[in-house]
Structures are given as C-alpha cells and as structure tokens.
Design a protein around this ligand. Structure first.
Ligand code: PLP
Length: 417
C-alpha cells in the first residue's frame, strides 16, 4: 500500500512468520561490531568456535560443517552439487512448498528426480520410500532428499524412521535432510540418524537475520565430493573446508552474522538443547490448543504425529480467503502471520512458533489472528483461542517450574565449579 494511505503503526511489529524470527537483544548487540581484518591471526578463534558450536547443535562428531554467506537455498545447492553428478538418480517426496522447491532445484541442476507425490499436510512416506529402495537393488538411486520440517504445511517427518528404512533395504543412497526450520528448535541428530548432508539457515531456530546457509557433511558425503562432477565454484565445499581448517574463509565472510551466531549458539547451549526442544513443544501445544479446541479449525498437518513444534498452518473455512486474514492482521493489528504458499495459498495462514519466544508473545499472535479472522468473516468465538491456549499452558505449569528449577540447579552447579 502507498505510504500516505497507511497510518503509522505504533508499538512493536508482532513477527510471527516462521522465519525470519525475532532476534534476541543479546544477539542484536553481538552483531554491532566494528569491521575487522578477516585474515588476521585472531580471526580463526571465531571460525573455530562457531564451527564447533554448530557441530554440537547438529549432533555430529564425525561430520564437518560449512557456513556459506547465503540463505538456506544456497545450502541446498551446495549439498547437491558437491556430492552428485548430472544425471544421478535422486528420490524425493513432495508434500509442501519447500519439499517441492528442493525437487525443482534438483531437476534444474540436471539430476534424475523420482518424485513421490503426497498430499500436502503429510510427511515423508517412509513405507513408499522403502518399497522404492527395495526394488533398486542396483543402487541406482544416489540420494534421498527429505524435508525434516515442511514449513509450508507445519509437518515434521520422522528422519530416524527414514534411516531405519534405508538400512533395512540395505541401500547405499546418501541421505540429505532439510533442517532449515527444525535445527535449533526440534531435536536433530545428524550422526545417530546417519544424515549425510544436513542443511540449515540462520533466520529461524538460530535467531539471526537471514544470510547464513549452513551445511553439515558426513564422512561419506565428504568422500562423495571427490567423484561428484556437478559444476560448483562459490559453493565449493572443498574450498570452504580447506580454508576453514586454518580458521579462514575462501572469500570475505559475513562478519557480523558470525558474531551473532557465536552469541545465539551460546544462548542455545546456556538454555540446554533439551530445554530448547521442550520449550518449542510446550509453546506449540498452546498454539495447537488455540486452533483446534478454541477456534475449532483444522490444522493442515493431517495427523498428530506430523504436528510441527515450530509452525502451525491453520486451514480457514471454505469460501474465506486466508490471505485476507493475513492482510487484515498486518494492516490493522501490526501482526505478521505466515502466508499460504502455492497449493495452499488462500487456504491456510501460518503462525510461526520458533526461536526466541514465550507464551505471552504467542498470546499476542493468537489474539491478533483471532481478531483478524473475525474481521474477515470467520465465525470463531472471540477469546476462544486465547482461553484454550491459557488452559493448555496453565495446565502445564509444571513445565515452567521444572525449567526454573533446572536453571537454579545449573546456577548452583556453575557456582560450585
Ligand atoms: N527449507 C525450508 C524447510 C524452509 O522453511 C525454507 C525457508 O523458509 C527454505 C528451505 C529455504 O530457505 P531460504 O529462504 O533461507 O533460502
């Protein structure tokens, strides 16, 4: 809308898209640094620290991490082009916009993609993947692409289960996992799940601005790099790893983001990864209560085992355009909700519940979404979402007490050390 037609909004914008997420003040401050020489003898300290932190976050001891100045999409491209050759067969399921975009990229890069079409709102169809792999006794399929958390539909897939299916079929394909909207929010175990290429971006669970594309590569993935003939230059993992080994980058690194990353990793480890995952689950539970018990609306995710702890896609009643809800929320209430993408455009709106959040911030999003829905003509009961979320969170009061108690014990342990 033209600036003159838009009244000035007072107060903070309520940012509830599923990335970029709210940046904690500590991280904002950590990024306010003077520029420095990225070839100085001091710089490798920062490189080593953030790479070690990311290894811990990805839960890998044997894998290597690379950080590219790019968005998550660049990390996808790095993962594919560094380990595959044109014409290689790739298996992937399509069940939302991000799994679709990854397939689209793989096709455009010249791989032979076998697509398993699923309903949007479902997750990785493990049994169908297993059937395909069992038939592929010649190991023609070189890679399996899986989206751990499909941000477009609010669906989390079972990557441990997928790994078991690959192992049961005794298949040698590399496992690629998109962890862009899961890593740092939902448990992710690169080594334990045998993930060969894990990709992530900075603007979601890591609570940073967009601009870092992060790749985790297993030993097998690193071995595959030497025979992969896809063209790569800016995203060459070998160049990145060679430079990183001495603490440097092959080109000018995004300094401010790296300082922010150091701080956000510190924050995640201070809270404790298990507590971070439990907090996301706890907050998601309240949002889901608001949607299903309060508003009595369906989630796009088709079954509870697929419910995402980082984003909920809410299906609006037939005849209502969800983009109107989003537009009203933004213009009248200064609330940014996530849009429905592609196949679900106009049918869903999304609430991101990931990153630096708490119950009361989410109450703002729930209240605002409810007002915008009422304004758009959706027949929800005023206050019902907030009431249901309140009931849910208050019913889990033990959660906060446990966290507070855990923090007290941690403080005491630190003081005693
Ligand atoms: N994969 C998932 C699951 C995402 O949610 C996104 C972005 O939202 C991407 C990939 C693409 O990441 P980016 O927009 O940082 O390139």
């Amino acid at each position: 809308m033209h600036e003159a037609a838009m009244p000035r909004m007072t107060g903070r914008n309520f940012l509830f898209v599923p990335g970029p997420t709210n940046i904690p003040d500590r991280v904002q401050r950590a990024m306010m640094v003077a520029m420095e020489d990225h070839r100085s003898s001091k710089f490798p300290e920062l490189t080593a620290r953030v790479l070690a932190g990311l290894r811990k976050l990805f839960k890998t001891e044997s894998g290597q991490i690379a950080i590219f100045p790019s968005s998550g999409t660049g990390a996808w491209e790095a993962a594919l082009t560094n380990t595959l050759s044109p014409g290689d067969a790739v298996l992937a399921a399509r069940f939302g916009q991000f799994s679709h975009l990854w397939i689209d990229m793989a096709q455009r890069l010249g791989f032979d993609v076998q697509v398993l079409e699923c309903e949007w709102g479902e997750g990785v169809p493990i049994e169908r993947v297993a059937q395909v792999l069992e038939k592929d006794s010649a190991n023609r399929i070189k890679a399996i692409l899986a989206c751990h958390n499909e941000t477009a539909t609010g669906v989390t897939s079972d990557i441990a289960g997928l790994r078991r299916a690959i192992d049961d079929a005794r298949h040698r394909a590399l496992l690629f996992v998109d962890g862009v909207s899961s890593i740092g929010c939902i448990d992710f175990r690169m080594d334990e799940w045998g993930v060969d290429l894990a990709v992530c971006g900075s603007q979601k669970g890591l609570m940073l601005p967009p601009g870092l594309g992060i790749v985790g590569a297993s030993k097998r993935a690193v071995e595959a790099m030497s025979s992969a003939t896809s063209r790569r230059c800016y995203f060459d993992l070998a160049d990145m790893m060679k430079n990183n080994a001495t603490g440097y980058f092959p080109y000018t690194p995004p300094l401010s983001l790296l300082y922010g990353l150091r701080e956000s990793l510190d924050m995640l480890f201070e809270e404790g990864l298990d507590a971070v995952f439990a907090r996301h689950r706890h907050l998601a539970g309240g949002v889901r209560a608001a949607v299903t018990e309060g508003w009595k609306l369906p989630l796009c995710a088709k079954a509870p085992h697929w419910y995402s702890d980082t984003v909920s896609a809410i299906v609006v009643p037939r005849g209502i355009d969800a983009s109107r809800v989003i537009d009203i929320a933004f213009k009248r209430y200064n609330l940014a909700l996530g849009a429905g993408l592609s196949k679900v455009a106009g049918k869903v709106f999304r609430i991101g519940h990931l990153g630096d959040l708490n119950e009361l911030m989410l109450m703002g999003a729930i209240a605002g979404a409810e007002m915008a829905m009422l304004d758009a003509g959706i027949n929800v009961t005023a206050g019902s979402g907030v009431a249901a979320a309140s009931r849910y969170w208050r019913g889990q009061r033990g959660f906060r007490d446990r966290t507070v108690d855990g923090e007290r014990q941690l403080g005491e342990a630190r003081a005693a050390a």
